[in-house]
Design a protein around this ligand. Structure first.
Ligand code: GTP
Ligand code: MG
Length: 149
């Protein structure tokens, strides 16, 4: 089953939004298979945003994800990469659907509350950056038979 890497960024932690955002992901039907509360160091932050190296927003974005602890998570489900991006909303919260996580909780592109992998290949790369294989839990969740064929 497909997996994605989602992170509740420093502003979500500092603003006390962790529970409300996790609830939205659970409500959708995604299955949590990995979760940790960590302080991201510079090496990890730069590896995470490597695709943006050289752009003007690279350094502020790296500094932002190092500025407070974050919640790193792996969620599983049918088509979860694209569905999670849909639930998150546009990168700039000013353009995000008001029903989306970024639309509901954010105002500024540099404080957009949540990260989500943008493709299955990115998800694999990001999961490997943040989690060891043995930190991902394989289990049966009540009700999962009712979510997809
Ligand atoms: P993530 O899920 O955080 O990766 O966001 P994304 O995939 O929607 O956007 P992208 O990977 O293109 O950019 C990564 C992060 O860099 C974004 O979440 C923003 O916080 C920041 N960012 C991207 N583009 C800009 C920009 O034009 N200006 C500023 N200030 N920040 C940007
Ligand atoms: Mg991205």
């Amino acid at each position: 089953m497909e997996r994605t890497f989602l992170m509740l960024k420093p502003d979500a932690v500092q603003r006390g939004l962790v529970g409300r955002i996790v609830a939205k992901l659970e409500d959708k039907g995604f299955k949590l298979v990995g979760m940790k509360f960590i302080q991201v160091d510079r090496a990890l932050a730069e590896a995470h945003y490597a695709e943006h190296k050289g752009k003007g927003f690279f350094e502020p974005t790296v500094a932002y994800i190092m500025s407070s602890p974050v919640v790193a998570m792996v969620w599983q489900g049918k088509n979860v990469v694209a569905l999670a991006r849909e639930l998150m909303g546009a990168t700039n919260p000013a353009n995000a659907n008001p029903g989306s996580i970024r639309g509901k909780y954010g105002m500024d592109i540099s404080r957009n509350v949540i990260h989500g992998s943008d493709s299955v290949a990115s998800a694999e790369r990001e999961i490997a950056l943040y989690f060891k294989p043995e930190e991902l839990v394989d289990y049966t969740k009540a009700g999962e038979d009712w979510l997809s064929e």
